[in-house]
Design a protein around this ligand. Structure first.
Ligand SMILES: [Zn+2]
Length: 222
């Protein structure tokens, strides 16, 4: 019997983490002009890839240790995430976290769940005194480009036959992967896009909402 195996592809910033930690970092450590770039990205005047690269290129590499310390202290996980991971583990459902964020806050936050969760995220390296983004999975030939870390490319690389794909996210960077999903749990800007594009979806505030939704609660285990 196929079709009972769920595979979750879950965003990190603003989804697992309550706040967008890239936004937190940019507001605290990047120069004020970086905020204009955030607006350009949200208005789609600039791609996510170009915008994020430009913001960190403006940021002195010397603040990197402070960034690491600050963001680790300020990452708060959304309620119910630990229970959600446990349900995935016992049910044998795959859970992949696909983040446009960076290893120095995504990996420590997910360390308690490392035996269950696959993680795709990016890193920062120093280049000429500034910070350069190294994207873990660039756009593939199927994608129109500009993602930075290409979430639909991760799905195309890793999905398995017979699985039902569930995407969990909150932002404009989750739209392309949401369009590949059988069902979407959405918040914020992704919720508006799911409504606009008529994608099958439900809104959520906590991971308990996801666990209680029929798409999850009524899916038999194994
Ligand atoms: Zn892409």
């Amino acid at each position: 019997m196929t079709g009972n195996r769920l595979a979750f592809y879950c965003d990190f910033d603003g989804t697992i983490a309550e706040r967008d930690m890239i936004g937190v970092l940019v507001r605290r450590f990047a120069p004020p002009e970086a905020l204009d770039i955030v607006q350009d990205v949200n208005a789609k005047r600039r791609t996510v890839k170009d915008g994020v690269e430009a913001m960190f290129r403006m940021t002195a590499a010397s603040v990197y240790p402070q960034m690491v310390e600050y963001v680790r202290e300020h990452t708060v996980l959304r309620p119910g995430f630990a229970e959600f991971v446990e349900r995935c583990r016992t049910a044998g459902w795959r859970l992949t976290v696909v983040s446009g964020g960076f290893d120095f806050f995504v990996v420590p936050a997910l360390a308690p769940f490392a035996d269950t969760v696959a993680v795709y995220c990016n890193r920062l390296v120093e280049e000429n005194g500034h910070l350069q983004v190294v994207w873990r999975v660039p756009c593939d030939e199927t994608c129109e480009g500009g993602c930075g870390l290409c979430k639909p490319a991760v799905i195309r690389r890793t999905r398995r036959p017979g699985e039902r794909l569930v995407v969990v996210g909150d932002g404009v960077t989750d739209v392309k992967q949401a369009q590949l999903a059988d069902f979407v749990f959405a918040r914020d800007k992704l919720l508006a896009e799911c409504q606009r594009l008529h994608l099958p979806h439900a809104s959520f505030d906590t991971f308990y909402d996801i666990l209680e939704h029929p798409w999850v609660s009524e899916t038999e285990v194994r």
